[in-house]
Design a protein around this ligand. Sequence first.
Ligand code: ATP
Length: 443
Amino acid sequence: MDIRDNHHQNGNYAELIKERLPDDIIEIIHFSQTVASELCCRLFLVGGIVRDLFLGIQNYDVDFVVEGDGIIFAEKLNRIIGGNITIYEKFNTANIVTKKGIEIDIATARRETYKSPAALPQVEKSSIECDLSRRDFTINALAISLNDNTYGELLDYFYGKKDLIDRKIKILHDASFIEDPLRIFRAIRFKHRLNFEIEENTWDLAKRAVESGIFNNITIERVIEELYYIFKEDNNVAMLQDLNKLNILKKIFPEINSWNSVYYLFKKCNESIEWFCRIGERELNIDKIFLYVMIFCYVADDKYTICKKFGLSKVQIETIRNICLYENHIIKELNKRNLTAYEIAIILKGIHNEELVLLTAISYNKKEVKTNIKKYFNNVKQVKLCITGKDIKEYGIKPGPLYKTILDKIYKEKVNGNIHTKEEELELLKVLTEKSREDELFV
Ligand code: ATP
């Protein structure tokens, strides 16, 4: 069904809900409807799920707004669906995660006032109209009524449906970015995720807000939280580039001089992740956010300050320090032909997946590095010894450095493919322990 469809010009979308939302969510909506009629309150589906419903994009994060008391509503609803509820008294909101893992956010319709530009807002109860008018963009300010008598009716005070059709990101009023400059990050994120345009006036106002120095009024933690949402998106490079068209990141991270290097490494890391998946690491376990933070730190001139800005842990700082210190050495060693699996294992010992992705990105045009990393994934990473120090102890050898030497010798044979089973490991252990005893006699 197309959102331009004439049949829907009257603004009832009950059919669209039925067609596009899965049964689990329809069921939640029906339970919510019952609760709303018991509490005599108006209930709406709002935000991203409505936007994506019209666009035909799968989005199963349910966002409800209740005119009344959202917390009482949420508690009553959760008694029916038996999920995991978290209540946020301060904001009059609640979150339920159903047994099937569906997230439901329930908010009390609210008005927000900003005491000063870019400050956190003051919140008070209000109507759906006010609630929608505090939102970021017209396409996110749509609501669909869920009460029995008005089920499926669209509330569209800001012509969001038209902007969905025209593929435009548009703020609701001219002071929007002054109130909350982080909406600029959101505008850019939605633009690239949805393949929309940022409406001209909206872009100009974003520019002016940045030029006025609005980002000086905002804590680095809030900026970084928003930046992480961008990191998680597929099209993150284009988003960073747009942020810098407005000089935002350049101002927030003056430690970085070469933004082109940042974009380049982001691109290459994204390609490396795809390549890793293609060569067999389908379920590559990787902390993408940390990977991209590593890129920022790797490129920065003043690495210490930028690590502090990102609030990194000691372990994370150490990982970044290691990659900066040993990157040349590792790449040089890995760029050799005909390395054995064991040699590769030694070079890449203790390396994290994020470092490996970054190394691949840095040495993108070095063929041997790629060959050896492929070998690492296919022949090295999964190889583990079945025997332990306990097995050595059974031969009456006192625990000490010899254990490591013996285990390492067995590992070498196993990773190089000369032995495979636990029995073969035990056989080799027997030979090695006998030999070590003979050596001892000769000492
Ligand atoms: P996503 O798919 O990224 O989750 P979303 O639209 O659901 O997109 P959320 O961050 O979950 O985004 O926000 C839910 C809704 O809350 C938005 O659709 C928007 O209406 C409103 N909103 C979120 N952040 C802001 C903001 N900074 N200013 C105004 N409204 C906001």
